[in-house]
Design a protein around this ligand. Structure first.
Ligand SMILES: *Cc1c(COP(=O)(O)O)cnc(C)c1O
Length: 506
């Protein structure tokens, strides 16, 4: 019997199971639950609910069995990619492994079920967690006062800038401008502007660093603060940070350090010791708490003594008898920036991480993160052009300069790496590196995983030269191909609406 005699059902290979939406699976009358008979007379309670609270426009809801719902959501979960799926080298985002012990501890009944309105005498344990986390972060940053309230990094920036503004106002002159280097994160100018300041740019040197002489030229008594990212968005440490801080202080300004990249410094050097006045941390980066689908996160800030009076209310304070209380009696505070005490569950996870690793472990995490980034740099720099020469800290920025000669852009490379089973690196950021490919491996990846990623990136570099069309038309192995990313961002469709007058699946 020849191969052509084998009867293959016509549709084989074309039936795609389980790909349809829950609405398409709907069949009139299909149900998840059948509740038992009431045993008492049924009563229409709609008459007991005020008319304006009742909706009569709900149509077309899917009618499906429980099993179909389970399959639907389980299937959706497999279409996602996360740190628990594979390497997630998204530069500037520190997508490290989130240890599961943090999850178990955050779910302890005393934490998970604590109500934020519990009186203080019943929430001493939770307050102790906050206090100990503040102390640990103060030790790590070298800044003595920590507020855990901000819910994200950018929120921390805004909070600290509001404190700076309040401090200048108290001194009698709010000042007008904030200096921001071109190597800073994009959220920095946004936060300064939201705070009512004008932003004045400072240009990096050809080495991708700040030039103190340039800061000096731009620094006046109308500058409220210098906001810089350190290590900067090129993954480089600002080597003259102490000099820069002196220049800003001499004119009465503050130095704000974006500490989202603390994964490169933790356990080794402390911004407070460098002369920095305030900073934020991203617990959902450096301290291994989940990034979530856009949240919840935590962006605590640390400040020097001079800025403490302006930190958000309330602050956790220790009474003479050793108990803790929330102190609202702080007249110069900028007020609340978040409900209750912040994202408490996230704070518990971060403290669990810090205690699990200890001081030596945190230092080792940093050293390994830096080693991993430099390993990738070393093994890829002969095929991808570096944005800036020299060694890096926790991340490395390449560009698509060489691949462009073959008509391939960084975004094509990003799509192709998906075919190899990896999440793409950060693309086209930072802006001072055109065609940027920004890779941050983090310390939690094994040598084998890094090698697999490097070999894939090398294979793609070769494809760019030999078969660029394969790269330009990637991805080839995903459910969906290329999206209209602008439309997705500008006109997101976030809510399903039934077609008027139509019942799903009818
Ligand atoms: C991630 C990041 C931010 C913003 O943090 P969010 O928590 O996303 O608001 C700010 N600066 C740098 C350098 C970052 O990497």
């Amino acid at each position: 019997m020849g191969a052509s005699d084998v009867k293959v059902p016509a549709a084989a290979g074309h039936i795609v199971r389980n790909e349809d939406l829950i609405f398409e699976r709907s069949r009139a009358g299909r149900q998840g639950y059948h509740l038992p008979d009431l045993g008492i007379p049924e009563k229409d309670i709609s008459s007991m609910i005020p008319g304006e609270l009742l909706r009569d426009d709900i149509e077309g809801m899917p009618e499906v069995s429980e099993f179909e719902v389970v399959r639907h959501f389980t299937r959706l979960s497999t279409w996602n990619y996360g740190v628990d799926t594979g390497l997630y080298p998204l530069g500037s985002c520190t997508m490290k492994y989130n240890p599961k012990i943090n999850e178990s501890i955050a779910r302890f009944e005393g934490f998970g079920k604590a109500h934020p309105l519990l009186p203080e005498f019943l929430s001493q344990g939770s307050l102790e967690i906050l206090r100990q986390l503040e102390d640990a972060l103060a030790e790590i940053t070298g800044l003595p006062h920590i507020s855990l309230q901000p819910a994200a990094g950018a929120h921390g920036e805004l909070t600290a800038m509001l404190a700076i503004r309040a401090c200048h106002a108290k001194r009698g002159h709010v000042r007008k401008t904030v200096l921001i280097p071109d190597s800073a994160h994009g959220t920095n100018p946004a936060s300064a502007i939201m705070c009512g300041y004008e932003v004045h740019g400072v240009t990096s040197t050809s080495a991708g660093l700040l030039d103190p002489a340039d800061v000096e030229r731009n620094m006046t008594e109308d500058v409220a603060a210098l906001m810089l990212t350190n290590p900067n968005t090129l993954g480089k440490f600002e080597e003259e940070i102490d000099k820069v801080c002196e220049i800003v202080h001499a004119k009465g300004g503050f130095v704000y350090m974006d500490g989202a990249n603390m994964n490169a410094l933790m356990g080794i050097s402390r911004p407070g010791d460098m002369g920095v006045d305030c900073m934020h941390l991203n617990l959902h980066k450096t301290f291994s708490t989940p990034h979530g689908g856009g949240g919840p996160g935590a962006g605590p800030i640390g400040v020097v003594d001079e800025l403490e009076p302006y930190l958000p209310n309330p602050r956790v304070a220790r009474n003479a008898d050793g108990t803790l209380q929330l102190n609202f009696d702080r007249p110069d505070s900028i007020g609340r920036v978040r409900a209750f005490v912040g994202n408490f569950g996230v704070l518990v996870r971060a403290l669990a991480y810090i205690y699990t690793l200890g001081a030596d472990g945190l230092r080792e995490a940093t050293e390994t993160a830096v080693l991993n980034a430099n390993y990738i740099k070393h093994r890829l720099e002969d095929v991808y052009a570096l944005a800036y020469e020299g060694s890096v800290l926790h991340e490395v920025v390449f560009t698509d300069r060489r691949q462009q000669a073959f008509g391939v852009k960084n975004s094509d490379i990003a799509k192709r790496i998906i075919d190899y089973g990896f999440y793409p690196p950060t693309m086209s950021f930072p802006l001072i590196a055109p065609g940027a490919i920004m890779i941050e491996p983090t310390e939690t990846e094994s040598r084998e995983e890094l090698d697999l990623f490097i070999d894939s990136m090398r294979a793609i570099a070769e494809e760019c030269e030999q078969t660029p069309d394969i790269v330009r038309s990637a991805p080839h192995r995903t459910r969906m191909g290329r999206f209209d990313e602008t439309a997705a961002a500008r006109k997101p469709v976030l809510r399903w609406q039934p077609e008027k007058g139509k019942v799903a699946g009818a």
